[in-house]
Design a protein around this ligand. Structure first.
Ligand code: F0G
Length: 528
């Protein structure tokens, strides 16, 4: 190997440089519950209290002994991790367990089929793909019905019926240029020509403003942050971002993308041109607690409004629980707090117990197209290791009558109380404390007009949250990071094991940080 390249960092080298500049370039070598450890040059192991929680992947803590023990057991047994296209009873077991939770939390009897994935974005893309598969199938059914109606109209005209120039004939004429009083075959040709592009048009997805659903080719288009999304717009179907808290905004957006196709109807001895609605929207995709938008909880009224509006328009709802799910908010599904039963649910992050990469998309029976299973797969999804670990994770969450959910709610409210106390004390610095259970956000007032050059400059560059993270790490051995799209909000997603002493440690560190910000002491933020 060339000795020069050997010295170079080749693994996402730019990011490495950025981490270094923010003081976040620490290599953690061990993890336990809510603590990550790194080694100093002297060899001393330094504990860091972790509130990032693997971006929400460690609801049961880092290196959970029961999960790790079970993972070892599986590997020691020689479990065939990769045995694709064979029987996977454990996959059914996981689906059954999650279905039992859905039945309980949403008081429903409807079952959900499970499609397996490897990451959150992949689970979202499976929902997108399935919704589009379903939409295309409905379009095909619609086109078939129109073909049948055209044949009936043709037969009626052959038997002496006339073509009625009223109804939607005028709109067909405008769309296709066909004249009034044209022969039947010309009308049919006009209907087909006008319909073809309308049936073939790309689907539209809808999502609330601020949404984050991943960074793959399809899912990144559902991610509101333009920096992540815009360079890749040409690669996938587009999303309309809806200000869902404004009444009528959703209905207006749906109205703006409505499309019809032309059809022919025969009644009272006449052929009439009519219009039929096309399913233009593939799905409405939402997070019950928006993570990257700065931890924003969907309220019951908005959830109910979204549900009704989508139901009236026949639009399926994808509830993305990748970050909010798995007990973090005090229930397995955060959407259950507001009674929002999705047509689809996505789970990932903590599903793998903080050890495996596992994700799943659940599709409601009344929407499910089983042929989808023949057109979607992944080498790694549904493997015995990650799926079995996921089963054990769900079992641990469900154990003792759902003690983990109670812990998440209780620990979360204790943490939130502490943050609210700091908000009262530092009202000029802290703007808001938001969230539910162990999914909390601490928002700072904008600092771009700070009297400290350092603070103002970093705030204007959108890097203040990371600068604060660097300070908390170096000075207080606390690991806290901002949300991806709302960089003035620090996110706190510890595990259910969080102790009172750890909450007190966070309080002391945050008090130090808030004092620095209140005093506009930029130099202190840079202190080593
Ligand atoms: N959906 C939601 C709600 C998410 O928060 C994320 C990831 C994804 C989908 C994508 O999952 O990373 O496994 O592909 N959120 C990360 C975060 C980036 O910072 O919380 P992925």
């Amino acid at each position: 190997m060339n000795p020069d390249t050997e010295q170079q960092d080749l693994a996402e080298p730019y990011l490495g440089g950025l981490l270094a500049s923010l003081g976040l370039d620490v290599h953690y070598s061990r993890a336990e519950k809510d603590t990550l450890f790194f080694r100093e040059e002297t060899g001393r192991e330094v504990p860091v209290l972790d509130f990032v929680g693997g971006y929400g992947s460690t609801i049961l803590g880092h290196s959970n002994p029961e999960i790790v023990g079970y993972a070892k057991e599986l590997l020691d047994q020689g479990v065939p991790v990769h045995a694709q296209f064979s029987k996977h009873p454990y996959a059914n077991e996981l689906a059954q367990k999650i279905n039992a939770v859905i039945r309980r939390e949403f008081a429903t009897t409807e079952s959900y089929s499970a499609i397996f994935a490897n990451s959150g974005a992949e689970a979202v893309e499976i929902a997108m793909k399935h919704a589009e598969f379903d939409r295309v199938a409905r379009l095909t059914e619609l086109a078939g019905e129109i073909d049948g109606n055209i044949e009936r109209a043709r037969a009626a005209v052959a038997a002496g019926a006339g073509v009625d120039g009223s109804g939607s004939y005028g709109r067909l004429a405008t769309a296709s240029g066909v004249s009034f009083g044209a022969a039947m075959e010309e009308v049919i040709a006009a209907v087909r020509a006008a319909n073809a592009p309308r049936l073939a048009a790309a689907p539209v997805f809808l999502a609330p403003e601020g949404s984050f659903h991943g960074k793959l080719v399809g899912s990144v288009q559902l991610t509101h942050n333009a920096g992540f999304r815009s360079p890749f717009s040409a690669l996938a179907a587009q999303c309309r971002f809806v200000p869902v808290h404004e009444p009528d905004a959703l209905a207006k957006t749906i109205e703006s993308v409505r499309r019809t196709v032309f059809d022919l109807a025969v009644d009272d001895g006449a052929v009439r041109v009519v219009e039929r609605e096309v399913p233009a929207v593939a799905a409405f995709v939402l997070e019950p607690v928006q993570g990257e938008a700065g931890i924003r909880v969907f309220d019951r009224r908005t959830a109910e409004h979204v549900r009704r509006t989508c139901e009236a328009a026949g639009i399926p709802i994808v509830v993305d629980e990748v970050q909010s799910g798995m007990g973090r908010t005090g229930a397995f599904f955060a959407a259950s707090h507001v009674g929002l039963q999705g047509d689809y649910f996505t789970l990932a992050k903590s599903l793998g117990g903080g050890v495996a990469k596992a994700a799943v998309t659940l599709v409601r029976a009344s929407r499910y197209r089983r042929e989808f299973e023949l057109v979607h797969s992944s080498t790694f999804a549904k493997d015995a290791f990650s799926t079995s670990v996921a089963i054990r994770t769900v079992e641990l969450l469900e154990a003792d009558g759902g003690r983990a959910y109670q812990l998440a709610a209780e620990r979360g409210s204790r943490l939130a109380d502490m943050l609210r106390k700091l908000q009262q004390e530092f009202g000029t610095v802290v703007k808001e404390v938001r969230g539910k259970g162990l999914m909390l956000g601490l928002e700072f007032h904008d600092q771009s007009d700070s009297s400290s050059e350092v603070i103002a400059e970093q705030a204007r560059a959108g890097l203040l949250g990371y600068l604060l993270s660097g300070y908390l790490l170096r000075v207080h051995a606390l690991r806290v990071l901002p949300t991806a799209s709302a960089v003035n909000t620090l996110r706190l997603e510890p595990s259910v094991h969080l102790t009172n002493a750890e909450i007190a440690r966070l309080e002391a560190g945050l008090r130090g940080l808030l004092t620095v910000l209140r005093d506009q002491d930029g130099a202190a933020l840079l202190q080593a």
